[in-house]
Ligand binder design. Structure first.
Ligand SMILES: [Zn+2]
Length: 607
């Protein structure tokens, strides 16, 4: 029987992550923050007006990078201690105080970019030759010259950054603190409900009455908050539009893609090809689910059910480690050592508790080990989630080892490639070891229902919806709950056609994802998985040389563009081919599911 979650302070320590490597006590935290504030002021006094030639450029960047590095553990601590319990008053206060200090320091330091931008390209290029470690950073400055505003405006914007970023915090507060779910009733019984329970359990529940009742209760609660959430979101997108106009970008989309080092062709390709080419395969998958579960009609509330729910093994955290080790050992000894430490040194927060952020993520503060947040439900498909997050960890452990802070982070376009790569490695390992037909079908179905559904359907449909929102914003319009509901419904109906009934409440799905507050993030999941699908096929076919290429890509960090990184791993993302191959691969998996299901049915009939 599912229960509501315990408060954080009752969670056994071994299920939690250990934040002490970042900050060992509140005293250290407070003293450290005060020290950084002082140093930022000194830095400001030392360099304001003194960035005049190539050698002073190198000097200021050296000190600036150091100052940024010093700041890292404090930011990580403030945010991670809140992520595990959004209801914790102290953590809330610390996080908001941190964000105002960060704005203040950001404003004091904004002159660095302004003064660098004001220098001639020749001086900047000369500095990059003297100190190649800053080449990428300086290239960025040169690229952004045309969009840099007057120094006083930049200073003001930096001082306001905490307010400009407020919509994301408001969104989280509405969702995780204010929204309280009452129990719902199905089959004459009462069941608890909250965000994590809905997304981690009820959406996957095999009893159709319970599942659909949970969906209805969940949607009804979302609906109560739709106008506040829409207003918050509208504030966010109109702020982005204003900044994009002020900085002289042609459109908000160009503004958001600028930092990703990607042009509109790559962005539009993901959305256009997947919504048209993948849809027929996914409709087939929905029909298969409907048939296997004997559903009279297939609704939006039924899409997340596993194909074979009775089969799904439940596994412990300790068992997950064996699967992870076996699946990822192809990555080599250093990678395996990291996996070992991630468990033994408590890098991972497994607990399910009240107020914890939903979903899973990996945070990789420079100079420290990564931290992974997950709410462990014991379902075996969680090994895919863990493999995914450990993929982010493995990416940044490798990048941080080889690159300086300023060179460590690649474009968002590439961020989900190493993580989804590990999901593919897990899939390949499980398929290889699958002996009986039913397990093989479970693994294949999980690759579809988790890896591809998540990255190529959930996030991609978010991207398709997001593109419609930004088109409106670019046309000078604003959005409210009715508009957002309509746009979201349109996207879902276009994709699922008549294979799936888009249930009342499905249109509110736009309220569920924090990604909308992170620029054009949603489409990058499918972009990353396109690359990793192709590279994981290379690893299957070629073995070691493909692994070596991949490790080099991870170690390159942010020194290359997404197109160059993919090229290093043998994938040309400037063409349709990798994406069409990946869609064909997904279609092939669904073919296999149909065949395996037929086989299983005939076995049952024969008996
Ligand atoms: Zn990820």
């Amino acid at each position: 029987m599912k229960k509501s979650f315990a408060p954080r302070h009752l969670i056994p320590v071994e299920q939690t992550w250990d934040l002490s490597p970042l900050i060992d006590s509140i005293e250290t935290y407070n003293a450290g923050i005060a020290q950084i504030e002082k140093e930022a002021l000194l830095f400001n006094q030392k360099y304001t007006g003194n960035i005049i030639d190539s050698s002073s450029v190198v000097q200021v960047l050296t000190d600036y990078e150091k100052l940024n590095e010093q700041f890292v553990p404090f930011g990580a601590y403030a945010s991670l201690s809140l992520e595990v319990d959004q209801t914790n008053d102290e953590a809330q206060m610390r996080a908001s105080k941190f964000s105002s200090i960060a704005s203040k320091i950001g404003s004091q330091l904004s002159f660095v970019h302004s003064d660098l931008s004001a220098l001639s390209t020749e001086i900047l290029e000369e500095a990059a030759t003297i100190a190649p470690q800053f080449e990428n950073y300086i290239k960025e400055i040169i690229k952004k010259k045309a969009h840099q505003l007057h120094p006083e405006v930049e200073k003001t914007l930096a001082a306001l950054s905490s307010s400009l970023d407020a919509p994301y915090e408001l969104y989280n507060t509405t969702k995780l603190v204010d929204m309280k779910f009452e129990n719902f009733t199905a089959n004459g019984e009462s069941f608890p409900l909250n965000y994590s329970l809905f997304e981690g359990d009820w959406e996957l529940e095999s009893d159709v009455n319970i599942r659909r009742a949970a969906f209805e209760a969940f949607s009804n609660k979302l609906r109560e908050y739709q106008h506040t959430t829409a207003k918050t979101y509208n504030t966010h997108v109109t702020t982005e539009k204003t900044l994009s106009d002020l900085r002289g970008y042609e459109s908000v989309t160009d503004y958001l893609l600028f930092d990703q080092e990607v042009d509109r062709t790559l962005y539009n390709r993901q959305i256009d090809l997947i919504t048209t080419e993948l849809a027929p395969h996914m409709r087939r998958y929905a029909k298969l689910l409907q048939k296997v579960h004997g559903l009279e009609k297939m609704t939006f509330a039924d899409l997340k059910i596993p194909l074979d729910p009775e089969f799904e093994p439940m596994i412990t955290v300790e068992e997950s480690k064996n699967y992870i080790e076996n699946a990822l050992n192809v990555m080599g000894d250093d990678y395996m050592e990291m996996i070992e430490k991630s468990y033994s040194e408590r890098w991972i927060d497994f607990a399910q508790n009240e107020g914890k952020s939903t979903g899973a993520f990996c945070s990789s503060p420079y100079g420290f080990h990564p931290y992974i947040l997950i709410s462990w439900t014991s379902r075996m498909n969680e090994v895919f989630v863990l493999a995914h997050e450990l993929g982010h960890a493995g990416h940044f452990v490798n990048a941080h080892k080889k690159q300086s802070l300023f060179n460590s982070r690649p474009s968002t376009y590439f961020i989900e490639a190493p993580s989804t790569m590990n999901e593919m490695l897990m899939a390949n390992y499980l398929l290889k070891t699958a002996e009986d037909t039913r397990f093989k079908r479970w693994v294949t179905a999980t690759i579809i229902s988790r890896t591809y559904y998540h990255n190529f359907v959930t996030h991609l449909l978010e991207a398709a919806y997001q593109r419609k929102v930004y088109d409106k914003v670019d046309a000078g319009e604003s959005v409210n709950a009715n508009v957002l509901n309509r746009l979201k419904r349109e996207v879902l109906e276009d994709f699922w056609g008549d294979a799936v009934e888009i249930t009342e409440g499905a249109e509110l799905t736009w309220m569920r994802q924090p990604h909308y507050y992170m620029g054009l993030y949603p489409y990058t999941y499918s972009a990353g998985l396109t690359i990793s699908t192709q590279v994981s096929q290379r690893i299957l076919n070629e073995g070691q040389p493909a692994v070596e290429d991949w490790l080099k890509v991870l170690q390159a960090g942010g020194t290359k563009t997404p197109v160059e990184l993919a090229q290093m791993a043998g994938v040309d993302i400037t063409t349709d081919e990798p994406l069409l191959n990946t869609i064909a691969y997904i279609g092939g998996l669904i073919d296999q599911l149909e065949v395996l299901t037929e086989e299983l049915n005939s076995v049952i009939i024969d008996k």
